[in-house]
Design a protein around this ligand. Sequence first.
Ligand SMILES: *Cc1c(COP(=O)(O)O)cnc(C)c1O
Length: 371
Amino acid sequence: MQFIDLITQKNRIRENLMKRIERIIDSAQFVMGPEVLEAEKKLAEYVGTKHCVSCASGTDALLIPLMAKGIGPGDAVLTTPFTFVATAEVVSLVGATPVFVDVLPGTFNINPDGVAPAVEEARKKGLNPKALIPVDLFGLPAEYDRLEKVAAEQGLWILEDAAQGFGGTVGGRRAGSFGLVGATSFFPAKPLGCYGDGGAIFTNDDELLELLISVRVHGGGSDKYNNERIGLNGRFDAIQAAVINEKLTIFDDELDLRNKVAAAYSARLKDRVVVPEVPEGYTSCWAQYSVLANSTDDRTKLMAALKDAGIPSAIYYPIPLHLQKAYENLGYKPGDFPVSEDFSARVFALPMHPYLKEEEIEQICRVITRA
Ligand SMILES: *Cc1c(COP(=O)(O)O)cnc(C)c1O
């Protein structure tokens, strides 16, 4: 059994995708070109923002807005310690300081009530709190109603990390569209993945758009040898754009299938493990289906039983960021973010993809409920 099945999906899109790739090869338009423009247009329409700027990875999609907004040394950027390292790493890459806020016990996402105290703590350390990066963890959008309110009160702008959230919604609004700017990833294992690295940035802000486009390619101004600011080489490849254009044609159907898989899991597992919560008015795109065991020992037992049955499982994330060696310098200690630490000790993820069969779900759940 596979954790993520990309082969069945590939078979659905292969014929049309190969036509697109042949067109790229025959025209030799490997950089930017019509496939990339088409992807940006379709992605902006899908997410419901005025603009989409494609880029080379989800990490670049987070980094480019921070560079465009001039975030740097002395600035604080708030985010959660229960996320993939890239969320905080980009803050460090621009020379600013990540300031962590614990997650909510129910949803794995940042606790809006933790934002104001973290702003105060950052100011006490002599930092200037500038931005907030909520993460749509495992596919569920963060609580943007409350986050947008508290961010406005605290003078922070929001960069939504929708690397796992693409396709999720809150009140009918799509992930990627919240805050000043949203970032997503097209890494193959994400809900909408390409065949290598890729990402995209979303905004409604015309001024920011110009800066994002400039930073994406070496800080270019009126022409490419007129460099107005420091940028990077963050372009999205045409062949990867072709993959996204084809996968978008089946994406809503895949979202539907992912939701059916998640519902089938939750119905069968809810009495044995803590199953993921999807609050009223929210939908998840199920980047991961993660549950909580009763304890670390219980998790070890359940994962071993799955392994014995030939079923893969994985831990996202075994060490919260404030306890990672790379972030020793921030001076955090065990106990600072108890919810994140508790999740790291008990969480594990089950196979999740649109093509998981009923028999497979049945088998996985049987192994867990009997262990
Ligand atoms: C995957 C991921 C990223 C980084 O995306 P890449 O495309 O791998 O660079 C950032 N944040 C989160 C939450 C992610 O899951």
